[in-house]
Design a protein around this ligand. Structure first.
Ligand code: BDR
Ligand code: CA
Length: 324
């Protein structure tokens, strides 16, 4: 499966990238970085360093627009740490970021293999909105779009009703929805909101399983990274969400993109609140079909979390064992 992944690495973005690198069916053609959890240049540095660590040193990594379309930049150091990877540290990357703009990578790669490339976004969708400006036919050129974004039936995590990736750049999210809506005959984007991703709770027991799968080697660099990154993320969740563990939103999104059988979806009409005084960034969802407008998203409503975690442990543990 040919993939482009858009990230704001980010602890769970990092775990998602490890999952993809550990997945034999995935062919990762590029990683586009955007500001979100941390500023974009730091996102790129984290991503390049992680690819060095985990066996993806040749995968192109790009930067794009550094700020949301119209709003001031927000970052989340309290959630992901000042560098975006919790307590983990990585050696400086062996190479520089690509000179190509993220939007150009998305457009060029999609044009070169029309109908073959799946784009997975794990961050505010600023890069994708810019790519749509440059190539309005993008919805037709991509095979599929899978996004971690929004909160459709449950509370938000940034404001009472809005989720981080949508709250950071609501105009970009609405741009994406409108572009796919107007591309007749193109499949609806698949979206995983907090409704499903907050079921993917990574607990200390999962960490123990990961160590056991990797053979629990001393000083394994991949395990060390995961331990140090997740310790920060778990401490954050213990302060704000009442459990010592962590929601791993982004890995569930990539796992569901690679194997759609993991996710049950429902087709619904969604628009993004752009003006609300209290609800800016909310993904307003017409559950009762009162708008009488065609559905524009396939919303994840439940996920096979047990299979997801078994696969995560097996794949990422296996990758760690191979890298030593
Ligand atoms: C999303 O926000 C980010 O902090 C995470 O990386 C994830 O993509 C969850 O709301
Ligand atoms: Ca993310």
């Amino acid at each position: 499966m040919k993939l482009i992944i858009d990230v704001d690495t980010g602890i769970d973005d990092a775990l998602a990238l490890l999952y993809v690198l550990a997945s034999p069916e995935a062919e990762l053609l590029g990683v586009t970085c955007t500001s979100g959890n941390v500023e974009a240049a730091q996102v790129a540095e984290n991503t390049l360093a992680l690819l060095d660590l985990a066996g993806g040193p040749d995968i192109e990594v790009t930067l794009g627009r550094r700020v949301p379309l119209t709003r001031p930049l927000m970052t989340a150091p309290e959630t992901h740490g000042p560098q975006g990877i919790g307590y983990a540290t990585l050696p400086p990357p062996s190479r520089a970021v690509s000179p190509r703009h993220s939007a150009d990578l998305i457009v060029d790669v999609a044009r070169r293999a029309p109908g073959e490339v799946t784009l997975i976004t794990l961050a505010p969708v600023t890069n994708l909105a810019v790519a749509l400006e440059r190539e309005p036919q993008l919805p037709r050129l991509l095979k599929n779009l899978v996004m971690m974004a929004g909160s459709y039936r449950s509370p938000g995590n940034t404001a009472p009703t809005s989720e981080w990736n949508t709250a950071c750049d609501p105009e970009a999210m609405q741009t994406v929805l409108s572009a796919w809506e107007s591309a007749e005959g193109v499949g609806r984007p698949v979206v995983l909101g907090l409704d499903v991703t907050e079921h993917a709770k990574f607990m200390p027991d999962h960490l123990a399983q990961l160590h056991a799968t990797a053979g629990n080697p001393q000083a394994n660099r991949v395990l060390q990274f995961i331990d140090d990154a997740l310790r920060f993320y778990m401490e954050f969740h213990s302060r704000y969400d009442g459990f010592y563990g962590a929601f791993i939103h982004d890995p569930l999104a990539v796992a569901s993109a690679l194997d759609p059988a993991l996710l049950k979806t429902e087709a619904l009409a969604v628009q993004v609140e752009l003006d609300g005084k209290l609800t800016s960034g909310e993904t307003v969802t017409d559950w009762r079909r009162v708008w009488n407008r065609p559905p524009n998203l396939e919303i994840g409503v439940s996920a096979d979390i047990e299979t997801f975690f078994a696969r995560f442990v097996e794949r990422v543990g296996g990758l760690a064992a191979r890298i030593m």
